[in-house]
Design a protein around this ligand. Sequence first.
Ligand SMILES: Cc1cc2nc3c(=O)[nH]c(=O)nc-3n(C[C@H](O)[C@H](O)[C@H](O)COP(=O)(O)O)c2cc1C
Length: 168
Amino acid sequence: MDVIFNRRSIRRYKKQAVEEEKIEKLLRAAMQAPSAANQQPWEFIVVQNKENLEKLAGISAYSKMVADAPLAIVLLGNEDRMRLQLHWEQDMAAAAQNILLEATHLGLGGVWLGVAPMQDRMDLISELYELKSRLRPFCVIPIGYPEEGQQHKLVDRYDPDKVHYEKF
Ligand SMILES: Cc1cc2nc3c(=O)[nH]c(=O)nc-3n(C[C@H](O)[C@H](O)[C@H](O)COP(=O)(O)O)c2cc1C
């Protein structure tokens, strides 16, 4: 699949809004992810309002690009649906990667901004959205049409030294 190989983190975006149909496709891709015992613990906050994007940009020193993105998706894990609690982050990571791959497929670009397990970042998002304690912020993904010079392209990371047959 070309999108797996070409996907790159995109941190600068055109002003152009992301169409509603594309936002739904991103969310559909997220919800198709595998999850432990099919628990699907995810919830998504879609953020498009400029003022809200600016607030969200403050969650860490490495999230500033959110302020200039036309869209961000906040991924949350819902404890009410975590039958296998230990796997929640793996489930959420699969959903996050699906969003990034679908974004690439749709001509968009995004970047995974780590939140969990850093408690300070989780707390900031919980406060911002007044989340009940059973919702765990996992990551934030700003998304938009890549600015000129920000295109997806292959960086070949294949390293045969990391592959071990039958024994290490
Ligand atoms: C768990 C996780 C947390 C990340 N957090 C940030 C972040 O806070 N800010 C940022 O600019 N990029 C963040 N990234 C993106 C990585 O820096 C990026 O994926 C990596 O440098 C490889 O580049 P590529 O995505 O273009 O292949 C994060 C990625 C992951 C998987």
